[in-house]
Design a binder for this molecule. Sequence first.
Ligand code: 8YV
Length: 321
Amino acid sequence: MPRPLVTVTRRLPDAVEDELRRHFDLRTGAVDAPMGPADLRRALAESDGLLCTVTDRLGADVLGTTPIRCRILANFGVGFNHIDLAAARSLGLVVTNTPGVLTDATAELTLTLMLMAARRAGEGEREVRSRSWRGWRPTHLMGIGLTGRTLGVIGMGRIGQAVAERAALGLGMRVIFVTRNPGTSSPFASRRERLEQLFEEADVVSLHAPATSETRHLIDARALGGMRRSAILVNTARGDLVDEAALADALEEGTIRAAGLDVYEHEPAVNPRLLALENVVLLPHLGSATESARVAMGRRALENLRAFFAGERPPDQLPLP
Ligand code: 8YV
């Protein structure tokens, strides 16, 4: 039986590509750059499976192209808002993701941003690197401590839970959360029913909800206006959740104290007003960027592909609308 042909849209860690080659005929790009619509359409037309990433915009315009040979989209990552699931369903495609294996890495990066924003670490680093540090002084770059402060978690899935646990146990924070899921509880956090309640209480607001039509611009001018003036906003989820222009206004005007962002509305573009501000920490979508998480994500995508082509149900098959 011929081996399935799988197109891998981006270069993955060597260990993952080697393992994939043991199971599939692999097509990888010569250069590691995002695939445009034409290349994606060709990959869908010519391969049995597509191992894709967040940089592949698989909307109805791309997926709607017929005929396609592809039968499975194995996403490398947990978030799948770049894939039009309705279009995938109408083509009979199976879609999978890689939940769980990047939870620790993303939770750690969330704490990194919380601490960096609270302690003004980005400002300090820029000062040292630009050789403008003039030495210690009692009032230099004073930030805020997080011990005993309140963290508000929005979205209490795996990553929200992991952030709550680390903030409570590691930083001694009091943690509150909101979620749409009625059955969710946590030994480390207490629930609030309304976002407004969370905004009133939280010193740090951290986003862990998926990007959907309902969560788009969840953090807008009104939400920012409801937060404490001393609040720090952290986003390691998806850029769509935050109205970047409204956030820039809030940071410029002192509506909130600071922000820490790992994701953006139009990646890799970042709103130039944010780039000009000192009170925002900006990272380049590093949430899952540890060696072990990226290898585990690759293995999980491989396992989904392997199961599918063996006629089994892939372990991370997504329900389609
Ligand atoms: C990934 C992420 O790096 O898993 C996700 O949803 O945002 C990141 O951890 C990215 O999606 C890779 O495709």
